[in-house]
Design a protein around this ligand. Structure first.
Ligand SMILES: *Cc1c(COP(=O)(O)O)cnc(C)c1O
Length: 408
């Protein structure tokens, strides 16, 4: 049975959207890997900002601007503490994971030469493949792929064999959004550092479920999006070690990122502002801080333990359906169940589930190479958060059974 000290019914009241109906049925939201829902506490922070102190930051001497600047910088500090980052200088606000990855990939153009190697894992999100292909095209570096096995785990022996003094950069997601695999990033980082390669970890899927200690991990770069962890869309962070961020050229030119500008020469602002050109998503940054407060206020560990129990229960229940196959059966996984039923297209299952008010994702989940690996067009993906319940899992299982009955 699912055990938790949390009062999930009370937690659910914080999420107004969970009260709504879809196609006449109570919403069962199981698409948390695409985006999570937003608690009222975070929505209130967004409303307060626009009602009370909307102003541009770091510029005005007036009070409103000062209030907005203080709140934004306070959010940066909360993020710094949550991820155990050494200094707020190493927290760069971005528009999200994709932005953070492109910032690093573009910056690395000046460090790579022909014959160098960039390594990515076989289970990457498209946003984590294309920027590296573009980087390789610009520099003449070669892209290498860390293979995976049928359980959806990286083949670490192959990774160690692929590493050499040509390897300059390794990229891997912490948790796969398509399979839920938790990758052994500690081992990946340590081995890459042994050949002096830098490591960027995509934490977009992990950060809602795992609280990484970025100093202990000794990772060079780590990226997340707020909208996958109870925050708003359009904001995230790039963590970078100070020494790397000093070396990396700015990504965009504009206001806020300069120290001095003349037509002859511009000098750049200090970290973190060097990478924060233009007016940022001020309200989004503040709300990201509030989202972390919300989860930490309940207790991050308790939330993730409950999620793990829920996923274990859902896995067991789904496997009782004949012909159902789960993709991604790694030893260490979290929050995501990708599955198909023999002979039925995932899209058809998703359509019937939607009629029942159950929101799942169908398709390739922005990870086409994984689908090619399994030789399938896509999967049905149910992904869980701490506000989901055992009853919702039961509805999913009943819905899948019903869909199977109608489609067979
Ligand atoms: C969602 C996701 C991304 C992309 O995040 P954006 O917020 O769309 O930039 C990248 N990688 C993984 C693993 C994801 O789950």
């Amino acid at each position: 049975m699912i055990q938790t000290s949390l009062d999930i019914a009370t937690i659910r009241k914080d999420f107004p959207i969970l009260n709504r109906k879809v196609n006449g049925q109570p919403l069962v939201y199981l698409d948390n890997a695409a985006t999570s829902q937003t608690p009222q506490q975070v929505i209130d922070v967004i409303v307060d900002y626009y009602q009370g102190y909307n102003a541009n930051i770091h510029r005005g001497v007036h009070s409103l601007s000062q209030e907005a600047t203080d709140a934004y910088e306070m959010a940066r500090k909360k993020i710094q503490e949550h991820f155990n980052i050494a200094t707020p200088k190493e927290v760069i606000f971005t528009s999200g994971t994709t932005h953070g990855i492109n910032l690093v990939a573009t910056g690395f153009s000046s460090f790579l030469k022909k014959g160098d190697e960039v390594m990515v894992s076989a289970m990457e999100h498209h946003s984590n493949i294309v920027p590296w292909q573009m980087l390789c095209e610009r520099t003449g570096a070669n892209l290498k792929v860390i293979p995976m096995n049928l359980d959806g785990e990286l083949v670490m022996e192959e990774y160690h064999k692929l590493l050499s003094d040509r390897t300059k950069l390794v990229f891997c997601n912490h948790v796969s959004n398509a399979l839920g695999t938790i990758n052994p990033i500690e081992e990946i980082i340590e081995a890459a550092h042994n050949v002096d390669a830098a490591v960027l970890i995509d934490g977009a899927q992990a950060a809602a479920h795992i609280k990484p200690d970025l100093q202990a991990l000794d990772v060079d770069f780590y990226v997340v999006s707020a909208h996958k962890m109870c925050g708003p869309t359009g904001v995230g962070i790039l963590y970078g070690k100070e020494e790397w961020l000093k070396k990396l050229p700015p990504y965009q030119g504009g206001g806020e990122m300069i120290a001095e500008v003349t037509f002859e020469k511009t000098t750049y602002a200090d970290l973190p502002h060097k990478f924060e050109a233009g007016t940022p998503n001020i309200c989004g940054g503040i709300a990201f801080g509030a989202a972390l407060d919300y989860m930490n206020g309940i207790g991050f560990e308790a939330l993730t333990q409950y999620e793990d129990e829920l996923v274990a229960y859902a896995t067991q229940q789904l496997l009782s359906i004949e012909g159902l196959k789960i993709y991604g059966t790694a030893q260490r996984k979290t929050s995501v169940i990708s599955f198909n039923i023999e002979g039925i297209h995932p899209y058809d299952i998703g359509t019937i589930l939607d009629k029942l008010g159950i929101a799942v994702r169908t398709g390739h989940h922005c990870a086409q190479p994984i689908m090619d690996f399994y030789k399938i067009p896509g999967t049905v993906r149910a992904s869980f958060s701490f506000y989901n319940t055992k009853e919702e899992v039961d509805k999913l299982v009943a819905g899948v059974k019903r869909a199977k009955g109608m489609l067979e």
